[in-house]
Design a protein around this ligand. Structure first.
Ligand SMILES: O=CC(=O)O
Length: 302
């Protein structure tokens, strides 16, 4: 029983010491595999192309939170996404930062700053800003609490439509949810249902002059529709951590548009210790025959 590690090499020493402390073998890369039959699980961002090489493989562990980039896996191989409080907190931090930046007019002030222009604009109270979070999973719920603590008027939308602390809209109530979102935050997983969900129709259902914060996946957003909505004044500013494609080409219009701020998919990076601890919990579950932590429902897509 061994874990094959094919993730970021800089994280390897931490994984090695935590696995050694637990007495579980860790193979540090495909080139180090001597007996493929020993490999029980693979920790990776993208798994090796030929998984048939590993006859006893029982789980693939995605070292991130999203799993939309992973290919179908052979029957009997579970997919686990890393559950790590640090990933959730980091994305929450990025989204809170982006929401505050748009709320406090930073795209405009950064643009004015480049021209050396000292000019003020009206400042609104956080409480006057209605924030709508698309996707109320673990990260959405954490983010909602932080934004509420800052005074924003937060609501969420989710498939199940329930949450104690935040007013929730069901997916069937999307129009009403969008109509009350001065700042729309997208934290959805990418699934066939959510692909392209930020499009001309949904952007036009937001209040005029709304802002968009996007930390889901690039393919949620129709960038041509976004550009048209910005030009029409329907959307005033946007902050994105995800783009389609990634990396965003250096000549893409969004880099230079003063109404758009792009960061290169850095909202969260999995902490080495937390990632290794999650992988260890998966290995223990496989050994003990208990439920695999972070198990992904491939049909549902998350
Ligand atoms: O986007 C990053 C992740 O899925 O962890």
């Amino acid at each position: 029983m061994a874990l094959l590690f094919t993730s970021t090499p800089a994280r390897l020493p931490v994984w090695q010491s935590l696995f050694a402390a637990e007495g579980l073998p860790l193979i540090p890369g495909e080139e180090a595999v001597t007996d493929p039959a020993q490999v029980t699980a693979i920790a990776c961002w993208v798994p090796p192309a030929d998984l048939s090489r590993y006859p006893n493989l029982r789980a693939v562990i995605s070292v991130g939170a999203g799993v939309d980039h992973l290919p179908p896996l052979p029957d009997g191989v579970a997919l686990s996404r890393t559950l790590a409080p640090g990933i959730e907190a980091m994305v929450r931090d990025w989204v809170v930062m982006a929401t505050l930046m748009l709320h406090r007019d930073m795209p405009r002030y950064l643009d004015q700053g480049r021209a050396g222009t000292w000019q003020s604009h009206p400042v609104a109270l956080a409480g006057s800003r209605r924030v709508g979070i698309l996707g109320m999973g673990r990260i959405g719920t954490l983010t909602a609490g932080s934004l509420q603590a800052l005074g924003f008027d937060v609501a969420g939308l989710s498939r199940s439509g329930t949450d104690g602390a935040v007013p929730m809209f069901a997916a069937s109530d999307m129009k009403r949810f969008l109509a009350r979102s001065d700042v729309l935050i997208c934290l959805l997983p990418l699934t066939p249902e959510t692909r392209g969900i930020l499009n001309a129709e949904t952007l036009s259902a937001l209040p005029r002059g709304a802002c968009v914060v996007h930390a889901g996946r690039g393919a949620h957003l129709d960038t041509d529709a976004l550009r048209a909505a910005l030009d029409a004044g329907q959307i005033s500013s946007v902050m994105l951590d995800v783009t389609n494609p990634e990396p965003l080409p250096s000549d893409h219009w969004m880099w230079l548009d003063p109404r758009v701020i792009v960061t290169p998919h850095v909202a969260a990076q999995t902490d080495a210790t937390e990632g290794a601890r999650h992988a260890l919990s998966v290995m223990r579950a496989l050994r003990d025959g208990t439920p695999v932590p972070g198990l992904v429902d491939r049909a549902r897509g998350y």
